[in-house]
Design a binder for this molecule. Structure first.
Ligand code: IMP
Length: 192
């Protein structure tokens, strides 16, 4: 079976993709290939970071792979935190600090439009392709719900009355940025 590395340390993402792709691909984690490296993410865009991660695996292990990178883009903040979403409040700070910084910066802002954008970089036979998934929504004025992770409690997708942190994982996956990018990836992989 075709071996494919998913360059992530997130068990939840890994399990989800294994379920979807198990009949066509043997999906390997970083752990499975003995990679404990802190893979650099020094790009200025999601596209650059996703590609940096997938090419790192290709260069070091010579195996087909894919990597993802996600950012929260808030219109009124000039698309911040974007590629810096994981460390918006500074290195070593957590999701709560990041959310508080967003709420503070958005305190007097009436334009609450925002979107999550996920880019997946896939390398097969040395050739890279990218898949993008977007979910549009708005930034709430306070936290709602405690499921999910990251900025979920302050993001409400358009057309819904719940924040991402008030939805079940299944419901979120159906409409989320990552869910949409993964659907495009899977569609591609199942048709090659
Ligand atoms: P990553 O590229 O998937 O590691 O995501 C980078 C950062 O974006 C994370 O540390 C989170 O802060 C945020 N993020 C990514 N995906 C989600 C999501 O589905 N909900 C909320 N925040 C997210």
């Amino acid at each position: 079976m075709h071996k494919l590395v998913f360059a992530t340390n997130n068990d939840h993402k890994m399990r989800e993709l294994r379920q979807i792709l198990s009949s066509e691909f043997e999906l390997l984690s970083l752990n499975d290939i003995g990679c404990a490296d802190d893979i650099p993410e020094t790009g200025n865009t999601l596209e650059a970071n996703a590609a940096q991660k997938s090419f790192y695996i290709l260069d070091k292990y010579g195996i087909d792979c894919f990597a993802d990178d996600t950012g929260l883009e808030i219109e009124a903040l000039g698309n911040e935190p974007g590629v810096y979403s994981a460390r918006y409040a500074g290195e070593g700070r957590n999701a709560t600090d990041n959310m508080l910084k967003v709420l503070e910066n958005m305190k007097n802002e009436t334009n609450r439009n925002a979107r999550f954008r996920c880019v997946i970089s896939l390398i097969l036979d040395g050739k890279e392709r990218q898949f993008e998934g977007i979910v549009e929504g708005k930034i709430l004025t306070e936290k709602h719900g405690d499921a999910g992770f990251g900025y979920d409690p302050i993001f409400m997708p358009h057309g819904f009355k719940q924040s991402f942190a008030e939805m079940s994982a299944d419901d979120k996956n159906k409409i989320s940025h990552r869910g949409r990018a993964v659907m495009k990836l899977v569609d591609y992989l199942k048709n090659i």
